[in-house]
Design a protein around this ligand. Structure first.
Ligand SMILES: [Zn+2]
Length: 134
C-alpha cells in the first residue's frame, strides 16, 4: 500500500515506531515551556529564541476543553456540519482542531486522541482530527 500524503506534514506525522500513532510537531524551550507548532521565533513564556527552542514530538492526546458544531460555513468547500474542539494536550499546549465521531461523545472533559483521516473529494490526503478516546 502506498503511503498516503499528509495534508500538513509540517504540523503532524505518523510515528511508525509506535503502531502508527499520530505525533504533533511541537517544540520545547530550555525553560521547559512546551508549545505547538514548532517555531524558533521566540518562547511565549521567557522570550528565548533560536537554538533554545528544540523540536519535540507531542503524543496527540489530551482533554477536550470545549467544542462547537458549525452548521453553516462561509466557504462552500468546507462541508457543514462539522465540530471544532479546543484540546488541552497532555504536554500542555492548547490546540484547536476538527473533531470526528459521534457528537454525543465530544463533550468537555472527554479524553481525546489525534487521528489521521482521508480528506478532499478524492480522499487522497490525510488530515488531522481528534476523536474521543476509547
Ligand atoms: Zn522559554
Amino acid at each position: 500500500m502506498a503511503t498516503p500524503t499528509l495534508l500538513k506534514p509540517e504540523l503532524y506525522g505518523a510515528d511508525a515506531h509506535d503502531g502508527g500513532t499520530v505525533v504533533l510537531h511541537g517544540g520545547r524551550c530550555t525553560c521547559g515551556h512546551v508549545f505547538f507548532p514548532m517555531q524558533r521565533y521566540g518562547c511565549e513564556k521567557c522570550g528565548r529564541d533560536g537554538d533554545d527552542l528544540k523540536p519535540v514530538a507531542l503524543k496527540g492526546r489530551g482533554v477536550l476543553a470545549a467544542s462547537v458544531t458549525v452548521h453553516m460555513h462561509a466557504r462552500p468547500e468546507r462541508k457543514a456540519p462539522f465540530t471544532i474542539g479546543t484540546v488541552r494536550l497532555d504536554e500542555g499546549p492548547v490546540v484547536r482542531a476538527v473533531l470526528t465521531g459521534p457528537v454525543a461523545d465530544l463533550v468537555p472533559g472527554r479524553l481525546v486522541v489525534a487521528t489521521l483521516m482521508p480528506v478532499g473529494d478524492a480522499n487522497d490526503a490525510l488530515d488531522l482530527r481528534f476523536m474521543a478516546a476509547r
